[in-house]
Design a protein. Structure first.
Length: 323
């Protein structure tokens, strides 16, 4: 535990080692198969994109090097800042080839959790790629309150689509690396990131291992009758809206809709028995729909899950590091 905390602090606070190292290149994206099981909104035709990979620093005592990755979005928006994808690449020392995992953040965090997970994985021989989702971090326009999730449903649906397509680009970048084993790619998300990770894995066959932390599926069944949604629901229904209409609108972004695509992957779900934000029935629904693979329950609330971060990391490392 002391070593883990020390390395986590290094991620955020260590002084950079001075070393000029910038790699520029081009990745050729090609769909893996005919994509007949992927809805049109998440398909990508073959194309090329440029990237820039810049060395930031070595993490002292962690045997990990940190790089900054940039590449253009797969789905440009009207916001210039949002049209560059930013990622942090946590590369284990050595030649590899290493497994590699996309790591996605929580809804409103300071990105510490994702950096801790990426560092912890890299320390144990699994490369981590922490990717900023649409309108996160440097992708959010200055002095703007824009986020991936919004009361503007069209904005939210587009931002989710953009994020999924960008993560498909990120997967192609990982697969192109000599030090990465292209047959051992995965994706890990916590809370909001787990929903985005599940959805992306359903659309990207190269992501063969999936980690769902405090996530699930079945958005409408979980939230439509939620007490906190009641004032909005009453207004919506007074205007003629129905639960069925909401279900149709949200189906394209609900991981439960396409969960059957995960049945041929390796899926790990970590869930809270008393989770008040992502109800347990959502984790159970995704677990059942994705083939009833491995699910681990912790006796905690959503935010209380932080108490179980050490055993959770053990499950995550074992899951993504397995042959």
């Amino acid at each position: 535990m002391p070593r883990l905390l020390a390395c986590s602090c290094v991620v955020l606070l260590a002084a950079a080692t001075v070393r000029a190292e910038v790699e520029k290149g081009t990745v050729r994206y090609r769909p893996a198969g005919d994509e007949k099981n992927i809805p049109e909104r998440y398909r990508l035709e073959a194309r090329s994109f440029d990237y820039q990979l810049a060395f930031r620093h070595d993490l002292p005592g962690c045997d990990v090097s940190l790089y900054d990755l940039r590449f253009p979005t797969a789905l440009p928006s009207k916001h210039v800042e949002n049209n560059t994808v930013y990622a942090e690449y946590y590369r284990p020392r050595g030649k590899g080839p290493f497994p590699c995992v996309i790591v996605l953040d929580i809804t409103g965090g300071n990105q510490l959790i994702s950096r801790v997970f990426a560092t912890h994985l890299a320390q144990r021989g699994v490369a981590g790629l922490f990717v900023q989702m649409a309108y996160y971090g440097p992708r959010r326009p200055p002095n703007s309150k824009l986020k991936l999730l919004s009361t503007d449903i069209n904005h939210t649906l587009t931002a989710i689509r953009q994020t999924v397509l960008d993560l498909r680009f990120a997967t192609a970048w990982m697969a192109s690396r000599a030090e990465i084993d292209s047959n051992r790619l995965g994706i890990l998300g916590t809370s909001l990131g787990s929903f985005m990770g599940s959805l992306t894995a359903e659309m990207e066959p190269r992501l063969k291992r999936v980690g769902v932390l405090l996530g699930g599926g079945g958005l409408v069944d979980a939230y439509y009758d939620h007490p906190q949604a009641r004032p909005y629901r009453l207004v919506y229904e007074a205007l003629g809206g129905t639960k069925a209409q909401v279900a149709r609108v949200l189906a394209p972004v609900d991981p439960l809709t396409y969960a059957a695509n995960l049945r041929d992957r390796k899926v790990l779900i970590l869930a809270g028995k008393r989770d008040e934000i992502v109800p347990p029935k959502m984790a159970e629904a995704l677990w059942k729909a994705s083939g009833e693979q491995k699910i681990v329950w912790y006796d905690c609330t959503h935010h209380g899950a932080v108490k179980y971060i050490v055993p959770a990391m053990g499950h995550v490392v074992k899951h993504f590091g397995a042959e």
